[in-house]
Design a binder for this molecule. Structure first.
Ligand code: NAD
Length: 259
């Protein structure tokens, strides 16, 4: 494993535009479960999965009813605000500060990359602490609204009913984020793919863009994924992101100190 960590560090230092793509796996060491693993949210609570599949249609057809249901049922990920970044998140933010990593495109809605200090973060599936207007794409911090008394919350720009920024099943990816992510994937010559099974589309198209452009694709995951099996990734560093990413960061620091 150490050889692969050194290889990843060398590849990163030689890259021109490295980006990270992350998924639920990078946050499991912070205590947030993934969806479909043995302790996954859907595995344990199929009713929550059914509601998640219906949430977008519910919002479109009956925004007030969506808010009533959402306020009564709460987030399937629980009180996300109490979770803290882990060494994997911090390692990515350090790599950005060193100028080695240019951007993180995450599927996670937990805000932990930003909490860890990453600046250039694209939240492909939204942010659980924000509300978004589907009409004019304005986004607001949830804290700016009193959701107990102002129901449903309305866009301050155009007056439409807001929904949570989180992208539900069947909901299009917000155009600004989708285009920016494609642009980053197109520019990248190295992708560090961390803790995602990369089976959720259209996010799963991003590694394919990298493959087409002959980017170096490095996976860090607890287990092989379809990216490994289909030879989309060049190599897999198998294990926990919370241990491997800090290991890569250490090697990058040694290499850049020598230069
Ligand atoms: P996934 O559950 O499909 O895959 C997670 C992958 O990470 C698995 O292959 C698993 O083996 C691996 N993994 C788990 N812990 C790991 C660790 N410590 N180190 C390395 N690998 C680890 O997740 P996904 O690909 O992100 O897709 C699920 C969807 O669910 C995404 O759209 C995501 O937005 C959403 N989701 C988000 C959160 C969050 O915000 N934290 C949590 C659950 C689900």
């Amino acid at each position: 494993m150490h050889d692969l960590i050194m290889r990843a560090a060398r590849d990163l230092v030689q890259s021109r535009h490295a980006i990270a793509l992350t998924g639920a796996g990078i946050s499991t060491e912070s205590g947030i479960p993934d969806f479909r693993g043995p302790d996954g949210i859907w595995t344990k609570n199929p009713e929550a999965e059914r509601r998640a599949y219906e949430a977008y249609t519910k919002f479109i057809n009956d925004p007030a009813g969506y808010w009533e249901e959402t306020m009564n049922s709460g987030s399937v990920l629980g009180e996300l605000g109490r979770y803290l970044p882990n060494p994997g998140h911090y390692a990515l933010s350090e790599l950005e500060k060193l100028g080695v990593l240019k951007c993180v495109v995450t599927q996670n809605v937990d805000n932990l990359h930003r909490k860890a200090g990453s600046i250039n973060v694209l939240e492909y599936h939204g942010n659980a602490f924000k509300l978004r207007c589907l009409q004019c794409t304005s986004r607001y911090e949830e804290d700016n609204f009193d959701l107990q008394s102002q129901m449903p919350p309305l866009c301050l720009n155009c007056g439409e009913v807001l929904k949570y920024d989180v992208v539900y099943f069947g909901e299009p990816i917000p155009e600004d984020v989708a285009l920016h992510s494609i642009d980053e994937a197109g520019k990248s010559d190295l992708m560090l793919i961390c803790g995602t099974s990369a089976v959720v589309y259209p996010f799963a198209n991003l590694p394919l863009i990298g493959r087409r452009n002959k980017a170096v694709i490095i996976e860090i995951n607890a287990e092989p994924t379809p990216l490994t099996h289909n030879h989309i990734s060049d190599y897999l560093i198998r294990g926990k992101t919370g241990a491997i990413l800090p290991g890569i960061l250490n090697e990058v620091k040694k290499l850049t100190a020598k230069e």
